[in-house]
Design a protein around this ligand. Structure first.
Ligand SMILES: Cc1cc2nc3c(=O)[nH]c(=O)nc-3n(C[C@H](O)[C@H](O)[C@H](O)COP(=O)(O)OP(=O)(O)OC[C@H]3O[C@@H](n4cnc5c(N)ncnc54)[C@H](O)[C@@H]3O)c2cc1C
Length: 266
């Protein structure tokens, strides 16, 4: 299914060329593709990407753009579902292959969907870190917020690697390095192995351990803003916690205190 073509070969009008592939674990990989000249997006948005099926028709899935809006290439961070229609093939891409990128970015994990605030919380599980990988590389969030807190929960320590490497490398980023060092706090937790922070983020929120560890005090709708990207269960659980604390859900047309997006369906 993957189209094997040299970098200079003619491409479909909606296809981009793979420029980099990194396999992080047997379940996770990231890749970069060329950016369509006409594609404008806001950091945190997602697009439809995919490959051609054997019948010549595209097989597309929603993917968060993990690179920031200013970047010259597009980065994606992907699961490998063994029998997944798309990712069973997508995981085999290599440099020079073509990936279809539909140029219609959308999504609610954007700063425009939140009211101004003091502290921005980015709560992710699994590949839900992808939109936040985009946002933490965008100077805009450091201009808007005094503090940015990224939490990432995975089953195993190995599954944290993509996010850990990204955060570790941020101080060297010429655009946001200084602001990120000053304002970004990273809190990783693991649910199925021993780790310095153990457990579901919702349990750590309910017990108060998260806020104690970060020295923030409990969530307060007057100053905290929250973005959530995880499984349906995680999203609903965090939403409940936030609504109990009098937070209101926002959208592009009605910005408010928090926004939610599914990291995947099912
Ligand atoms: C708004 C949105 C943004 C998304 N962004 C990303 C992204 O940045 N990276 C990414 O890998 N996926 C993302 N997804 C999921 C993606 O669209 C596909 O589901 C995924 O690539 C698997 O495709 P598939 O055809 O192989 O399997 P599918 O038939 O799509 O999925 C098969 C099953 O695999 C599981 N699954 C699918 N995706 C994931 C996942 N990401 N993590 C854990 N389990 C999963 C689910 O149980 C699903 O029912 C996003 C989904 C949505 C709705």
């Amino acid at each position: 299914m993957t189209i094997q073509q040299p970098v200079n070969a003619p491409v479909r009008p909606d296809a981009q060329i793979v420029t980099e592939v990194t396999h992080w674990t047997d379940r996770l990989f990231s890749f970069r593709v060329t950016r369509p000249a006409s594609l404008r997006f806001r950091s945190g948005e997602f697009v439809m990407i995919g490959l051609l099926k054997e019948d010549g028709k595209p097989l597309l899935r929603a993917y968060s753009i993990a690179s920031p809006s200013w970047d010259e290439t597009l980065e994606f961070y992907s699961i490998k579902v063994p029998d997944g229609p798309l990712t069973s093939k997508l995981q085999n891409i290599s440099v020079g292959d073509q990936v279809i990128v539909r140029p219609k970015p959308v999504g609610t994990l954007v700063t425009d969907a939140l009211l101004p605030g003091k502290r921005l919380w980015l709560l992710a599980t699994g590949t839900g870190i992808a939109p936040f990988a985009s946002l933490i590389r965008d100077p805009d969030i450091y201009e808007r917020y005094e503090q940015v807190i990224l939490t990432h929960t995975c089953r195993t320590v190995e599954e944290l690697t993509y996010g850990q490497r990204l955060v570790e490398g941020l101080p060297e980023d010429p655009l946001v390095g200084e602001q990120a060092m000053d304002k970004l706090h990273y809190f990783a937790t693991v649910t199925q192995e021993k780790f310095v922070n153990k457990g579901r983020i919702t349990d750590l929120m309910r017990s108060g351990e998260l806020f104690e560890a970060l020295g923030t005090g409990p969530l307060n709708p007057a100053e905290d803003r929250v973005m959530i990207c995880g499984s349906m269960g995680l999203n609903l659980d965090v939403k409940t916690i936030l609504e109990e604390a009098s937070f209101t859900e926002g959208s592009n047309s009605a910005p408010a205190d928090f926004v939610v997006e599914k990291a995947f369906v099912g």
